[in-house]
Design a protein. Structure first.
Length: 238
């Protein structure tokens, strides 16, 4: 399970949230005007927001779940809009388990973060392969900027109960919808001790060069010559 951050194997994290509104079909009484859809019309929810994560090893796209983890998604997007992730690294890699990053710079020094947010792990989502979750310390309500990506199905990281930090699990707030091969490549790097960490630091350090929000409806970016990515299941566990 991701460990507490004490400058040794930290899982302090972030997540963010943005409440997503689902439009509801409206009908107007006869003889009255309405600015909403015509009677009987059906409107659809806006597509889930997506972000492009550019790293020194390639790019991947994360789809966010503001309906399932609104506070976590909003928090994550605050860091994205502030450019916080630019120059941070994936400092923790455990093969066959997860990759984690979003707090430490190239010198493995932590960047100052926003105040932690309340955990939202009890949202019905499971830590399945390709999902993105907020890292944290032993205190369930200690999520800040760090996140991890599951390389395999990790149901042991799911919410069990609110009795303790050990049973709260970790908040899933998104999933990788393109570029999972890049994530897997990061997850296959050799690791060892480095800086303040006693183990699990990948070599070379994968650097997050930038995270940007993709325009709604925009086609997913694709690396030249790359084959189309295999889509992962939508809303895992939901």
């Amino acid at each position: 399970m991701p460990m507490s951050h004490r400058l040794t194997r930290s899982v302090v994290s972030v997540a963010l949230a943005a409440a997503s509104c689902v439009a509801v079909a409206a009908t107007s009484p006869a003889g009255t005007s309405s600015s909403g859809p015509a009677a009987g019309a059906v409107t659809h929810a806006a597509p889930e927001p997506r972000v492009l994560v550019k790293t020194s090893m390639g790019s991947f796209v994360i789809e966010l779940f503001p309906d399932k983890a609104p506070k976590t998604v909003a928090n994550f997007l605050e860091y994205v809009h502030a450019g916080f992730y630019d120059g941070t690294v994936f400092q923790r890699v455990i093969k066959g388990y997860l990759i984690q990053g979003g707090l430490f710079d190239r010198q493995l020094q932590p960047k100052p973060t926003r105040p932690p947010i309340a955990i939202e792990a009890n949202n019905g989502l499971s830590n399945l392969r390709g999902t993105v979750a907020a890292a944290r310390a032993a205190d369930p309500n200690s999520e800040t900027s760090q996140f991890f990506i599951n390389l395999v199905d990790n149901p042991r990281l799911d919410f069990i109960s609110d009795q303790s930090g050990a049973t709260w699990g970790y908040t899933v707030f998104g999933k990788v919808v393109q570029g999972m091969r890049v994530v897997d490549a990061i997850g296959s790097l050799p690791t060892g001790p480095q800086g303040p960490f006693t183990a699990d630091v990948p070599r070379p350090l994968p650097v997050i060069e930038g995270v940007t929000v993709l325009p709604q409806g925009a086609a997913l970016p694709r690396a030249p010559g790359a084959a189309p990515a295999t889509a992962l299941p939508a809303h895992p566990g939901g």
